[in-house]
Design a protein around this ligand. Structure first.
Ligand code: WQD
Length: 341
């Protein structure tokens, strides 16, 4: 019998790529999503790429506890990968109640339903944002979590703690938190990718939309940081590599290979890349010139963060494989696909 994985928020950017990799690794997938931040492009892409037209999409809100219980009644679930959450840092500062209510309630309901149904493995989608402006780089999983600088970041910390406490209290629930660095790029088929609504907050969609002519000019936020070229350093991780880390983590849980009831892994490449380097590489790989200018620093940005990936490499047997060039080509192919080219 194939193991069944519930992917909450599975119609979105990361969830759709993870669903593809799970299916290709031989798992059954149930996608559940309230479709508040995406359309059906993601799920349709997953069905097309995998040839599995029968993958269920359950439209539901994870803040509705009764609906989550019903979902667990309807499908025997071996593991949950929880993505369903709001993710705009700036919006979370303006509307903290919206973020706390949605991101905490939905995860609480998942944990409660898991417990009420005899337990299951839970993978939580966390973020390198929990490290804040780290004193020592690269960050390891044992680096301190600094006080969050946004309600969004705080919900990631609180959800990690919820998972830690629930797994400590109940041996029928095991948990892994994956701390993502900066996920970018798209599936090589160009059938799924990131679909930001409105003006993108993140760098790559802003770059690709500028290149295609949807935006006039990219602003590089700050060139006076204490780095070699003055722009911020990040660890950009390919979305398919990131998705494969989820398969490795879920398999570790399902095969009972965890060393503790709750584990944390950094998911990045281990390589810092500056904003200017990224822009130059994007231009080189895709053979185009990008219109950009240097602008003021963006409030809340840290100077530099990148991952020590040794733990994920050793324990998950996983490492990032795609080159930055391949990833940037995939991001551009996806933008062109969206434009119908
Ligand atoms: C990367 C770099 C910007 C846009 C955020 C969240 C994090 C995670 C991913 C999401 C920075 C610079 C950006 C632009 C620019 N969560 N930049 N011009 O800020 O590292 O991480 O997204 O769900 O929690 O904090 O990613 O892509 O926004 O920025 O110069 O128009 O690009 O200053 O140095 P970030 P990002």
């Amino acid at each position: 019998m194939k193991k069944r994985i519930l992917v909450s928020g599975g119609a979105g950017y990361i969830g759709s790529h993870v669903s593809v990799e799970l299916i290709e690794a031989g798992y059954e997938v149930v996608v559940a999503d309230n479709m508040s931040n995406c359309d059906t492009t993601g799920i349709e892409g997953v069905r097309k790429i995998t040839g599995r037209t029968d993958i269920p999409l359950v439209e539901m809100d994870f803040c509705d506890a009764a609906a989550v219980e019903r979902l667990f009644d309807d499908y025997p679930i071996d593991a949950v990968i929880h993505f369903a959450a709001f993710k705009a840092v700036g919006e979370s500062v303006a509307e903290p109640i919206k973020y706390y209510r949605n991101n905490l309630t939905s995860f609480l309901n998942v944990l409660d339903a898991a417990r009420n149904h005899g337990g299951c493995d839970v993978l939580f989608s966390s973020s390198a944002t929990v490290y804040g402006e780290a004193e020592q780089l690269p960050v390891t999983e044992r680096s301190p979590r600094l006080p969050a600088t946004s309600p969004y970041g705080n919900t990631k910390q609180i959800c990690e703690d919820m998972l830690r406490d629930v797994t400590a209290s109940d041996p029928s629930i095991r948990g892994i938190a994956l701390r993502y660095f900066n996920p970018i790029g798209a599936h090589p088929s160009a059938l799924i990718g990131e679909l930001p609504r409105g003006v993108p907050n993140n760098l790559i969609p802003y770059i690709t939309q500028t290149a295609i002519g949807k935006r006039a000019c990219l602003s590089i936020f700050g060139n006076d940081y204490p780095t070699e070229d003055g722009t911020c350093l990040r660890d950009y991780i390919d979305i398919v590599d990131l998705a494969q880390a989820h398969v490795a983590a879920v398999t570790r849980m399902l095969e009972g290979r965890m060393k503790e009831g709750y584990e944390i892994f950094n998911i990045g490449t281990g390589r810092p890349v500056s904003v200017s380097e990224l822009v130059t590489e994007f231009e080189r790989v895709n053979g185009l010139k990008l219109n950009y200018r240097f602008a003021e620093r963006r409030p809340g940005d840290v100077t530099a963060i990148w991952a020590d990936t040794a733990l994920a490499n050793e324990e998950l047997g996983w490492r990032a494989k795609r080159t930055l060039a391949e990833t940037l080509a995939s991001a551009w192919a996806w933008e062109k696909h969206l434009a119908g080219e």
